[in-house]
Design a protein around this ligand. Structure first.
Ligand code: ATP
Length: 301
């Protein structure tokens, strides 16, 4: 069966600029895939090629096995939010959706369903121009979902959202994936995708630098071990050493290179030891991301 999204050898040159360079990845149904890279890495250009808005220099991008322009029923196949979703500021949220629905032969019942789903029912009669950024993002999501598509493509949907908005979005996207949809979501911040994405594709300067389950990338960040201090660390060190752990340090403080904080915590509890400090050490999520992307291709956002 075809992947929900398949990008193969995709390349785009703008004159001398290689915006996307021989990029390949797949996205499957039932999963949220994070598409990560610093500003200018080539994310938007890739998504625009996937949606048939930019012609590739070479390579291909398909949705459910077809290039976007060849899809027989695009509205019911793939929904997208690019540029935060375009809207007419003088129109109400409800009218904005009704206009789009009508153009695609979709009834107004679906509009009401979606207004409920994205928590905009109460504000649906107000001018969309007066909506907060979060409300506009939710309206964009509703528009993308009008045709109940199997595949969703979202360009930086968390941009500018407050923590509540990000949390809402995370739960919403997880729900869409649990219904069997494929969700591709771009971001320039790895931390933003924590607890949202199942898989991540990381790009820098148009090229893929990592593709893995998010958990794998996270565990690279946690791979530095733990430092423990306190009256019973000597005993703890002996117990861990005998269990095969890599332990170093002195009688007041030890470092355990190959155990997580939780694993060490369990040994402490099991043996009823007294400690005063237990600190995870090693790279942060940001450190791992910077290492992967070469410190950010496009400077600060
Ligand atoms: N129409 C265009 N003409 C010329 N260069 C372009 C065009 N569109 C994008 N680029 C260049 O291609 C590169 C990739 O840009 P793109 O917008 O795809 O990156 P991005 O990862 O989406 O970044 P951002 O997060 O800042 O949107 C950049 O160097 C950009 O300046």
């Amino acid at each position: 069966m075809a992947h929900a999204i398949e990008v193969a050898g995709l390349t785009k040159h703008f004159g001398p600029v290689k915006a996307v360079d021989d990029l390949s990845f797949t996205v499957d149904e039932g999963r949220v895939t994070g598409f990560l890279g610093p500003n200018g890495a080539g994310k938007t250009t890739t998504l625009r090629m996937l949606l048939g808005l930019v012609n590739p220099t070479s390579g291909s991008a398909t949705v459910l096995g077809q290039p976007f322009p060849a899809l027989r029923d695009p509205v019911h196949t793939v929904g997208a939010v690019l540029d935060g979703g375009m809207l007419h500021p003088g129109r109400s949220g409800r009218n904005h959706l009704r206009t789009l629905a009508k153009a695609s032969g979709i009834g107004s019942q679906r509009v009401e369903e979606l207004l409920q789903l994205v928590a905009l029912a109460d504000a649906a009669h107000r001018r969309a121009g007066g909506y907060s950024l979060g409300m506009r993002q939710r309206l964009g999501l509703a528009a993308a979902l009008l045709g109940d598509p199997k595949v969703l493509v979202l360009d930086e949907p968390a941009n500018g959202l407050d923590p509540q908005g990000i949390r809402w979005l995370r739960d919403f996207l997880r729900q869409l994936a649990s219904e069997g949809r494929a969700v591709l979501i771009s971001s320039h911040q790895l931390a933003e995708l924590g607890q949202t994405a199942d898989d991540v594709v990381v790009i820098a300067k148009g090229r893929s630098v990592a593709q893995a389950p998010l958990q794998d990338i996270m565990s690279r960040a946690r791979g530095g071990g733990v430092r423990v201090a306190g009256p019973d660390v000597r005993r703890l060190g002996d117990i861990l050493y005998q269990a095969g752990a890599r332990v170093s340090g002195d009688p007041t403080q030890i470092t355990v290179a190959d155990r997580t904080g939780e694993e060490v915590g369990r040994v402490i509890a099991e043996h009823q030891l007294v400690i005063s400090e237990l600190v995870p050490i090693g790279a942060s999520l940001e450190d791992v991301y910077f290492e992967l992307t070469g410190g950010g291709a496009g400077g600060p956002s």
